[in-house]
Design a protein around this ligand. Sequence first.
Ligand SMILES: Cc1ncc(COP(=O)(O)O)c(C=O)c1O
Length: 384
Amino acid sequence: MRTAERMQSIQPFHVMALLARARELEAAGRSIVHMEIGEPDFITPQPVIDAGIHALQDGYTHYTPAVGLPALRQRIAEFYQQRYGVAVDARRVVITPGASAALHLVMAVLVNPGDRVLLADPGYPCNRNFVYLLNGQPLGIPVTAATAYQPDPQQVREVWTEAVAALLVASPSNPTGTLLGERTLREFHAIAASQGGSLIVDEIYHGLVYDQQATTALAISEDIFVVNSFSKYFGMTGWRLGWLIAPPAYVADIDKLAQNLFLAAPTIAQHAALRAFDEDTITILESRRREFQQRRDFLLPALRAIGFEIPVIPDGAFYLYANCSRFSDDSYRFTSQLLEEVGVAITPGTDFGINRPETHVRFAYTTSMGNLQEGVRRLRAFLS
Ligand SMILES: Cc1ncc(COP(=O)(O)O)c(C=O)c1O
């Protein structure tokens, strides 16, 4: 039996093995505090659920156009005007099955075999695999606390060669939760433009930003690919719905690719999402955002007090990226040990790249304050 060679480059997530083990322990009666899960613990807001039920009852069970329901594309464009004061032409909005498909589309439209894509390391692990799928080469830019775990324009300039097709950044990032400021985004855009390459900005954690307003890269130029999703802020992971705002020159190619790759995003989810931007839904989402902020503000000092080093306060998302070298220099073993010994599940740094992953772990505050308090209590007792 033949398997494509690229499969050797594609790794599974370590956290999946950990999650499976956690579920096994739970089935055997153990109590587990889950701080490894990268999705909101809240269910989808009720107005959106109701709209999904109505869409089903009304018989919206056929395909939509490949780039999405016109009304939803329009609603997303309006959302950028309302929230950021940025005018976006609805014809540039492409609805996708999650940000995952949006990322896949962008890479497919940009990357030739052998091309390089610059990515932050640590960063969201699927991105390098999208590049491998196209026989491209992901090139990690090692980032540190000194630049809030985001690439620095100087680093980007130094590694940008003829072979680089694009720079992909996330703001806020997974696993570090840090934002990119407007100035840095402008510099990235200028570098990409001067090199004839592209800038892709993953804004999937927009909305979950706590102390300031995030800048959307759409405010900078039409030439930037912006990826977003209903998964995180809107609490709709299981509906598999996201979007992409593409530079006008790419929309026709992306439409063609979407027709071929997945035909269309889920129709029921698209109808439900029409209610995601309404005031009653946003009120629910904003109260959840405040709750996430309270969790961050509890967990960050609590982990620091135990001995985890968290040098940068994350601006958003629901993650804390911590240096665990005081306890271990083998993050996978460390996270397995925490799971087995005290029933606390967190993600090893090894899932996010090759830049010092063995001394880092990611905590996700996607569980109730009570659970977080219990998790901290267990960690303190075990590690002190
Ligand atoms: C940075 C980032 N981008 C994209 C995704 C994909 O999300 P989805 O396909 O659910 O929209 C995730 C999921 O965790 C993520 O963390």
